[in-house]
Design a protein around this ligand. Structure first.
Ligand SMILES: [Fe+2]
Ligand SMILES: [Fe+2]
Length: 280
């Protein structure tokens, strides 16, 4: 593991911020993302998976915390827990808005809750932490993609854009916390990559099923235009899969560390930008 990445990780400050966004969810159009059904339902599906997922990450980190002795990492764990708890609350509010549009967001959340309870009961803490590291890698590379390509959020309500950017920034700040706890807990390479394989299949499948339900609800699932938009979104020029693939695959390298990919420049510029809508 590179000493530069470990040093960046060790010096990272992870504050829990209670944000104060001024937007009225009721005023958001149904297809709030670029007036596009595919893109909007994709983000809606992710939002439904976030609250319980984030609660599971918090539990997995907490359940391995006793193996950590570094005071700096213990402090970062506190920041990680605060950030993820606040994200979960913000997304839960958004999911209530999705319910009001007739999407079964609460049902998805309830299903997720049951599943996470079973996971906690049957899966050892170190494996739940390996799952957390894998999903955190996904969120970190997707957050990086959003920050690297601000044009991706063209057409999104300005205040709402701030919410997604804030989440992306905090996912970047704490991207290595679960990973560093996993290392401190003695987690090995094979467990890490095996869980990444499982998470990749489950995450893609689950997000697609939830999105499929939302598209079906609106009568968009079988429209050719939806599938064309979806293909462009994932595989077109500048599409998401092409954009994140290199960073995704890096996770399988022995010696990988999340801060091998140093993207701290986005943190600095966001903190300056965020002063305009909330003191950071
Ligand atoms: Fe989060
Ligand atoms: Fe996270």
């Amino acid at each position: 593991m590179s000493s530069k990445a470990l040093e960046i990780s060790r010096n990272m400050e992870i504050p829990g911020r209670k944000m104060d966004f001024e937007f009225d969810l009721k005023a958001l159009p149904r297809y709030w993302y670029d007036n596009n059904a595919f893109k909007s339902t994709y983000m809606n599906a992710l939002s439904c998976l976030f609250p319980e997922g984030e609660r599971m990450f918090i539990d997995a980190v907490r359940d391995n915390k006793h193996k950590v002795s570094d005071p700096k990492l213990l402090e970062q764990i506190k920041g990680f827990i605060k950030q993820e708890a606040i994200h979960g609350q913000e997304h839960h509010l958004f999911n209530e808005y999705l319910d009001s549009l007739g999407y079964p967001a609460s049902k998805v959340e309830a299903f997720e809750k049951k599943e996470k309870r079973l996971m906690k009961k049957w899966i050892p803490a170190i494996d739940r932490l390996a799952v957390t590291c894998a999903v955190e890698h996904f969120t970190a590379i997707m957050a990086h993609d959003l920050l690297e390509h601000p044009e991706r959020s063209d057409g999104v309500d300005e205040n709402f854009k701030q919410l997604w950017r804030w989440h992306a920034i905090e996912e970047t700040e704490h991207k290595a916390v679960a990973f560093d706890v996993y290392q401190a807990a003695g987690g090995g390479y094979f467990r890490r990559v095996f869980n990444m394989l499982i998470v990749t299949i489950m995450f893609c499948l689950r997000a697609s099923i939830v999105q499929g339900i939302f598209l079906w609800k609106d009568g968009n699932l079988f429209k050719p235009s939806t599938w064309i938009d979806g293909f462009k979104f994932y595989f077109g020029k500048g599409g998401l899969t092409r954009s994140i693939f290199k960073n995704y695959i890096d996770y399988y390298r022995p010696g990988f560390h999340p801060w091998d990919h140093d993207n701290r420049e986005y943190l600095k510029s966001w903190i300056a930008e965020a002063q305009s809508y909330r003191a950071v």
